[in-house]
Write a protein that binds this ligand. Structure first.
Ligand code: C5P
Length: 292
């Protein structure tokens, strides 16, 4: 082990689910999924530095920082403890500069966990490879493996089965809400609703790969959207408003609450964002894996 002395920083990118198909409930209570997970430019900033104990602190916009658990429920801390078990890590001061809305379906907590795993792997000189970090990440949360990948992935299973998926550059407007949605609630509402699973994503994946935004916009879907927006009509309302304002398509991300609108290009995303208070113009990362 070759521990490092200085500060190590990572960007923890949020994600959008370009589609999310729920295939059924499993015996372990989780749901079998299929989803195209797209990392986006919106990111928290994580730093880790050597310390005697393991601590996590959160800063950033007060409203966001206050919503993040700083204790044992913080996913970055859970990830650090899990990595520490696997490689005899020591202490570390983890600092999260929060930019990603919380409980918003944007994977913020999972992104922080993925970034913490990557940074601490280096700080502690663990030298675990991606497959081992992914295995640890899967124990921390279902979205952590996909966010460790640092590139668009087609996700299966509970979230742990991943294949790289080609996605051309895309521009989006993300509309967050003041309320969050707890994932277990969203999945339970899907169970109770008995809705059928969404369509085979083959043509959506082809449109995403080809950069055919008009076709892609028409094909976006999320099986959790109907049950969640039945409880939170603001979601369906934002979707209608985005489409009326000229978005090529709109879909709830993850288990909600945020709604993402697909734009034709970056300037279009900025224009759409200016119409919705609190909305963010972001781009999809076609990118190379950022995690060693
Ligand atoms: O794995 P994670 O902690 O992110 O999951 C949170 C909750 O979301 C789970 O406890 C479960 O209720 C639900 N979930 C699910 N199926 C998945 C992922 C999450 O039912 N594939």
């Amino acid at each position: 082990m070759n521990a490092r002395a200085g500060v190590i920083r990572r960007e923890a990118h949020a994600k959008l689910n370009v589609f999310l198909r729920v295939l059924g409930r499993r015996d372990d209570g989780y749901h079998e999924l299929e989803s195209l997970v797209l990392p986006i430019s919106l990111a928290d900033r994580i730093s880790v530095r050597p310390a005697d104990r393991l601590t996590v602190s959160v800063k950033g916009a007060e409203r966001l920082a206050r919503a993040v658990p700083a204790g044992g429920l913080n996913l970055a801390l859970v990830a650090a403890l899990a990595l520490g078990d696997a490689c005899e890590g020591g202490g570390a001061a983890i600092e999260i500069d929060k930019q990603i809305p919380v409980a918003a379906g944007l994977g913020g907590g999972s992104a922080d966990a993925a970034a913490a795993l990557s940074a601490l792997n280096e700080l502690w000189g663990c030298d675990l490879d991606r497959a081992m970090l992914t295995e640890i990440g899967a124990c921390v949360g279902s979205d952590v493996p996909a966010l460790l990948a640092g590139e668009p992935v087609l996700m299966h299973g509970r979230g742990e089965l991943l294949a790289p998926a080609p996605v051309a550059p895309t521009s989006w407007v993300v509309v967050p809400f003041a309320f969050g949605v707890r994932s277990p609630d969203a999945y339970r509402w899907w169970d109770e609703g008995g809705a059928p699973s969404g369509p085979d994503p083959e043509s959506l994946l082809a449109a995403a790969a080809a950069g055919d935004a008009a076709t892609l916009g028409a094909l976006l879907f999320n099986d959790l959207e109907a049950p969640v927006s039945a409880r939170h009509p603001e979601i369906a309302e934002a979707k209608r408003a985005l489409l009326a304002a000229g978005a090529l398509g709109a879909v709830m991300s993850g288990s909600g609450s945020s709604v993402a609108g697909l734009a034709a290009h970056a300037a279009h995303a900025a224009e759409l964002a200016s119409v919705f208070p609190g909305a963010l113009a972001v781009s999809g990362l076609a990118g190379q894996p950022s995690v060693a």
